[in-house]
Write a protein that binds this ligand. Structure first.
Ligand code: 1GP
Length: 243
């Protein structure tokens, strides 16, 4: 089970690297290159999804499942991004926002379908924070991110998410964010929750990785930097595992 695996790694004080794949940004050929590289560098988790997808997620998920044993977890930007071909799903409740569809509405619509799918459900509190520029997730979700310096609001939001029974917190600056999340915010949240903390958005270098991990992230997510240059994957994954 994916969640047990994540918890076991955290108990062993190991950090995990999640590769974010946006199927719209790949051909089959580039996806195969990415899969091969991910296998060789020991990526821990693959998240698949995006704020807006024009391509069907089934095909990319099938390709991933065929060529890697890394757990493939849906990171759905919408109800159209749910497929039983993956291993699990981040069932995201966008708790930093006040859009009822993304807090509970879509979950009600999809619940029976997800139950039948056999996907492992990972209930996750999704907290969007300003990352220095307007992002697709902000626009598509029709929610306002928490201001980058409002650490107290982010901490209270994460605590509320854990109290509601969510099993992980995903602290997000948005894909392609200019700034990674502030050290103090990550640290403050980590000190106040006992569930796994995922951090992503704008991570580009091993220094970024070290900063985010030293603040307390359990799982780091990287998408854009690797889309732009596949060769950085080794360095980013190694920095995570050697932390
Ligand atoms: C986005 O946190 C992820 O949801 C990854 O962000 O694409 O900026 O790495 P980047």
């Amino acid at each position: 089970m994916i969640y047990n695996h994540i918890q076991n790694q955290i108990i062993k004080q190991k950090k995990l690297f999640a590769l974010l794949i946006d199927p719209d940004h790949h051909t089959d050929e580039s996806l195969m290159q990415l899969i091969n590289k991910a296998n060789n560098t020991n990526v821990d988790l693959i998240f698949i999804g995006g704020s807006l997808l024009n391509n069907c997620i089934d095909h990319s998920t099938e390709l991933l499942k065929k060529y890697t044993s890394i757990p493939v977890i849906l990171f759905p930007g919408s109800l159209l991004q749910i497929t039983s071909k993956a291993d699990g799903i981040l069932l995201l409740s966008l708790i930093s926002g006040r859009n009822p569809d993304l807090l509970i509405g879509n979950h009600v619509i999809a619940s029976a379908h997800i139950k039948r799918s056999g996907l492992e459900v990972l209930p996750t509190g999704y907290i969007l924070v300003e990352g220095g520029k307007s992002t697709s997730v902000e626009y598509m979700s029709n929610t306002r991110p928490i201001p980058a310096d409002k650490t107290d609001i982010a901490i209270a939001t994460a605590i509320a998410g854990e109290m509601l029974g969510l099993k992980m917190i995903y602290l997000e600056a948005g894909s392609g964010a200019k700034n990674t999340l502030k050290y103090e915010m990550i640290k403050g949240i980590k000190e106040n929750i006992s569930i796994p903390l995922i951090v992503g958005g704008g991570i580009k270098s091993s220094d970024d990785i070290k900063n985010v991990l030293s603040a307390g992230a359990d799982i780091v997510v990287v998408g854009t930097a690797i889309e732009n240059d596949l060769s950085v994957m080794d360095e980013l994954v190694n920095s995570t595992h050697s932390y």
